[in-house]
Design a protein around this ligand. Structure first.
Ligand SMILES: [Zn+2]
Length: 368
């Protein structure tokens, strides 16, 4: 910068063009320092004591989503995969440490597939857990990996170390600092719309009829989280047939700010009736490089009216160049497996921001 202000003896007269260049670069410097000031302000707000923190832990195409309330109570939705030397449990514990907590109060198991409950024993060996929440019994007794992880989970429960809550649609969870309401469990959904919702859903008109899913996916425990003005939806791997019961003809969930994309972005979930009914501002997809992120689902979400950004935990190989978001919205790019996470920081007035641990950059969303 300062070089512009040193004139050589031969260049005492500065041309108008040169003055424009000086002015432009001075303006650039001012804007750059102002924006760095603002980004440090937004980084400070991440540690705001009144905020809700949500970590989208990368478990390579499974789910592990950690909520930490301002009261430092914790809810973990799912535990990732078994095996891999406890990779997923280690990543969850690292997120808890990052949030300044050393215990998980509630672990909610959406369903008994290995990418959701598989990591539970490894996690329990690494960090104290208070209560497990689930839909009851495993309903998929023919699938070998499911039977194995279900056995391991039952063994863990039989130690008697943990409290247990059987999730029922309509029930609130006893967590402090945010409101969490069960909206689906064991193939049953809310019988009535949630308070303040229940409008006709226009996306039901030409909706497809979906066959009843025969797997554990349909049994997923779905949760609607309210924090101040913000509404966050997580339905685990809930399938389209169940989505229709939640969304048609009346939308029992209402509008959602942040949609944790069901089923890693696979096409058995995220029907237009669901996505266009809840009209999320932001969608966060816990896909893996080779799992989830189906182009047809990606299209439905990207076309959702009012969507500001879709975030992905991984670049989806199936999506290729045409069906992946811009790299700044992806936590893990092609060919890398470093377990980068996404972190949502939400304020009670409806403001929120998303931090990408790979780029170390934060995107802010104002209150609506
Ligand atoms: Zn899954």
């Amino acid at each position: 910068m300062s070089a512009f202000f040193f004139f050589s003896p031969k260049q005492r007269i500065v041309s108008p063009k040169r003055w424009v260049a000086i002015f432009a670069s001075t303006l650039f410097c001012i804007v750059a320092s102002l924006s760095s000031l603002f980004s440090s302000v937004s980084a400070a707000s991440s540690s705001d004591k009144g905020a809700l923190q949500v970590y989208f832990v990368d478990v390579e195409g499974g789910q592990a989503t950690l909520f930490v309330t301002p009261e430092k109570q914790t809810l973990l939705i799912d535990t990732g995969w078994p095996g891999y030397d406890g990779r997923d449990a280690d990543r969850i514990v690292a997120a808890a440490k990052n949030a300044g907590v050393n215990k998980i109060d509630y672990v909610l198991i959406t369903h008994f597939h290995e990418d959701h409950v598989g990591g539970a024993p490894q996690l329990a060996a690494r960090i104290p857990i208070g209560t497990f929440i689930d839909h009851g019994e495993n309903r998929e007794s023919t699938d070998k990996p499911t039977v194995q992880v279900w056995k391991a989970y039952q063994q863990l429960m039989s130690t008697g170390k943990y409290k247990h809550i059987l999730a029922k649609p309509g029930d609130p969870l006893p967590i402090r600092g945010m409101k969490a309401t069960i909206v689906s469990a064991d193939g049953v959904v809310l019988s009535d719309p949630l308070p303040g919702t229940g409008e006709e859903n226009s996306s039901c008109k030409n909706a497809e009829q979906y066959p009843t899913d025969q797997t554990e996916n349909r049994r997923s425990v779905g949760t609607l989280i309210t924090f101040g003005k913000l509404r966050i939806l997580d339905l685990g791997d809930l399938t389209k047939d169940e989505e229709m019961q939640l969304m048609c003809p009346k939308n029992k969930l209402g509008k959602i700010d942040i949609y944790i994309v069901s089923h890693h972005g696979w096409n058995q979930s995220s029907s237009p009736a669901l996505v266009y009914g809840i009209t999320p501002r932001v969608a966060i997809m816990d896909n893996g490089a080779k799992k989830g992120g189906t182009p047809s689902v990606w299209d439905i979400i990207e076309k959702s009216p009012g969507l500001e950004n879709l975030w992905q935990l991984h670049f989806s190989e199936e999506g290729g160049a045409a069906h992946n978001v811009a790299s700044e919205f992806i936590a893990n790019l092609e060919g890398t497996d470093t377990g980068n996470y996404l972190q949502l920081t939400a304020q009670p007035d409806g403001r929120f921001e998303v931090f990408n641990s790979r780029t170390q950059k934060t995107q802010s969303y104002p209150a609506k």
